[in-house]
Design a protein around this ligand. Structure first.
Ligand code: ZN
Ligand code: ZN
Length: 345
């Protein structure tokens, strides 16, 4: 994703704060406009044996010191990390994983569907070609794609290096801490590697980017068949847990998890309705031709990666439901609505 750096402000200083005894939030600065920080969560291990770190922030020149500062504020050190758990392999949650693992000699646990990150680190050329193919599929003109290809090489900013998980964080894997045992719940959709962690006695939910205090939808396009369907069923999974307090990947912790799940569901379904309406009004059309109307704002260098990925996921989901059609050319789809309108489940 292309994002503009923004000037440092007080709000963006690293900060550590206690949520309940034995559990802290680290607020780590992000150099992104509109998303000023991300969270990492620290939970003590039983028996005074160091702590578990859930997520670790984006890698920048200052980020490792900032992580150290935030830990210092709560009386801890990076070297005391015994286990790093990543909710998903996005740069703002996994970016410093290699540095943390190297400094602490700890294990990394993460879901095995992390190719969307790790493959791009192993083979940046291939990632660039994949992004060009997605651009073509969404209707970006060839000369712009050529320019993008020439500008390549910075496609995976924000990661300090490649480290693969020492344990696969799949459904049911448990993490022991002083606030109790956390159980892994796979919640793909936002990313193929996304998991949430649930502590049933205290009804605490470490939700990563699956649900946030303020709804923000994003899906990785091109790694699984239908991220939107995955996301909607992951919302059902999390809702059924009955959690009381959500510890999200960005912003403050919040209660009323059922209300937040519903708000995310409504936003995703509302967006699907909107995409279908625009295809019906404008089709046959490419994603690029429809995005300004779908979102009510023009495409820009800053929002293009995000909006193209999100829109392609909605279009492919509607195609799978039989509501719209790609027009026969898979490499250059021009979308049309099927007539009469097909009711979506
Ligand atoms: Zn994310
Ligand atoms: Zn995030």
């Amino acid at each position: 994703m292309l994002v503009m750096p923004s000037p440092a402000t007080e709000r963006q200083q690293p900060r550590g704060e206690r949520i309940v005894p034995g559990l802290w939030r680290l607020r780590l600065p992000l150099p992104w406009s509109g998303i000023p920080h991300c969270n990492a969560w620290v939970v003590d291990r039983p028996g005074g044996d160091g702590h578990v770190l859930f997520d670790c922030g984006l890698h920048t020149e200052q980020s490792f010191d900032q992580l150290g500062d935030a830990l210092h504020q709560i009386g801890k050190k990076i070297e005391e990390t015994r286990l790093l758990v990543c909710t998903h392999a996005h740069v703002d949650h996994y970016g410093q994983a290699k540095d943390v693992v190297d400094a602490a000699g700890c294990e990394l646990w993460m879901h095995p569907n992390h190719r969307h990150m790790t493959e791009s680190l192993k083979d940046p050329e291939r990632l660039l070609e994949q992004r060009v193919a997605i651009g073509r599929e969404s209707g970006v003109p060839e000369e712009l794609l050529q320019y993008y290809r020439e500008q390549g090489g910075t496609v995976q900013d924000g990661v300090s290096g490649l480290v693969e998980p020492s344990k696969d964080l799949v459904d049911g894997v448990e993490v022991e801490t002083v606030v109790g045992t956390w159980r892994t719940v796979e919640t793909p959709g936002h990313a193929p590697s996304h998991v949430s962690l649930y502590q049933p006695e205290r009804r605490l939910l470490l939700a990563g980017d699956h649900i946030l205090g303020r709804v923000a939808l994003y899906y990785d396009y091109g790694w699984t068949d239908d991220p939107v369907a995955e996301y909607l069923s992951s919302l059902d999974r999390v809702e059924a847990l009955g959690a009381r307090l959500c510890l999200p990947g960005h912003g403050k912790s919040f209660t009323d998890i059922a209300g937040h799940v519903e708000a995310h569901r409504e936003a995703a379904l509302g967006r699907l309705d909107r995409v279908e309406d625009v295809v019906r009004a404008k089709g046959p059309a490419t994603a690029i031709e429809m995005i300004p109307e779908i979102y009510g704002r023009p495409l820009s260098k800053e929002n293009a990666g995000w909006l193209i990925s999100e829109t392609m996921c909605y279009l492919r989901h509607l195609e799978r439901l039989g509501v719209i059609d790609a027009g026969g050319d898979e490499e250059h789809p021009r979308w049309t609505a099927k007539s009469p309108a097909v009711a979506r489940a």
